[in-house]
Write a protein that binds this ligand. Structure first.
Ligand code: ZN
Length: 254
């Protein structure tokens, strides 16, 4: 991999030139996706054209993991792209904007600065214009009102909608999936576990990770903490799965 790349892999925005370390990882600071660490293997997949028609999905996934306090590690593009449920239509994307405002508002009357050029990946949109269009729809629907300049806040109807989304007060409907990343299990994940969780209204989160000396990544810990459910698959007997289950039990997560 060459050093000094100045473009984010996933949103194509300009970033500070990043360097590849001896262990084949690089840290990218992107103002749209947020910070992420990428493995050279994922960089090669990108150069081979993988996921190029759905890069905005990857950008949105990274941004939303960052918003949940996860230190993002991109090990492979498939694992990243399949790790979470991606909003399908405009209404689900609008819900992401509402929930984003809810998380960012420190008091009920506080306004949140939204800069479409930096924040469009929050709603998995392809560009700032598509995001602005949906933000205006949030206003038309009566969920959001403009404060000054680029500041926005939720309306009473917006609060009501957020609580109906069942994410405001309840335990998050995110389900952490602890399993081996052996590629032979990818179908079991995508057609079995992920599909079943989505049917039950959960957003599966399968964090891409590299096995290294049994060290537990911060992102695994943060991912479990922010989940309301943990699904453990012991196929392959990956040691980390046992840790993840024990940690979740300690936190009282089912
Ligand atoms: Zn980016």
């Amino acid at each position: 991999m060459v050093d000094g790349i100045k473009q984010c892999y996933f949103c194509q925005n300009t970033v500070s030139p990043f360097q590849w370390r001896a262990n084949d990882t690089a840290d990218v600071e992107c103002s749209v996706c947020g910070p992420y660490r990428i493995l050279a293997a994922a960089g090669y997949e990108w150069h081979a054209g993988k996921w190029h028609d759905r890069l905005h999905v990857l950008s949105g996934t990274i941004r939303n993991q960052n918003e949940r306090g996860i230190n993002v590690l991109v090990g492979s593009l498939d694992d990243l792209g399949n790790s979470t449920a991606v909003p399908e239509g405009p209404l689900e994307r609008i819900d992401h904007i509402v929930m984003y405002l809810l998380r960012k508002m420190k008091t009920y009357d506080a306004a949140v600065t939204i800069i479409p050029q930096n924040d469009y990946s929050v709603a998995y949109t392809k560009n700032p214009d598509e995001f602005k269009f949906l933000l205006n729809k949030c206003i038309e629907l009566g969920y959001v009102e403009e404060a000054l300049g680029e500041d926005y806040r939720l309306t009473l109807k917006g609060w009501q909608h957020a609580s109906e989304l069942d994410m405001a007060k309840e335990r998050p409907r995110q389900a952490f999936v602890a399993m081996s990343f052996n590629p032979v299990l990818n179908t079991a994940y995508s057609e079995g576990i992920k599909a079943a969780l989505e049917t039950c209204g959960y957003f599966p989160l399968r964090i891409d990770r590299v096995e290294h000396n049994d060290q537990i990544d911060d992102q695994i810990v943060a991912g479990i903490r922010s989940s309301g459910l943990l699904v453990a698959d012991f196929t392959g007997h990956r040691q980390g799965v046992y840790f993840e289950l024990g940690f979740a039990m300690g936190l009282g997560i089912k």
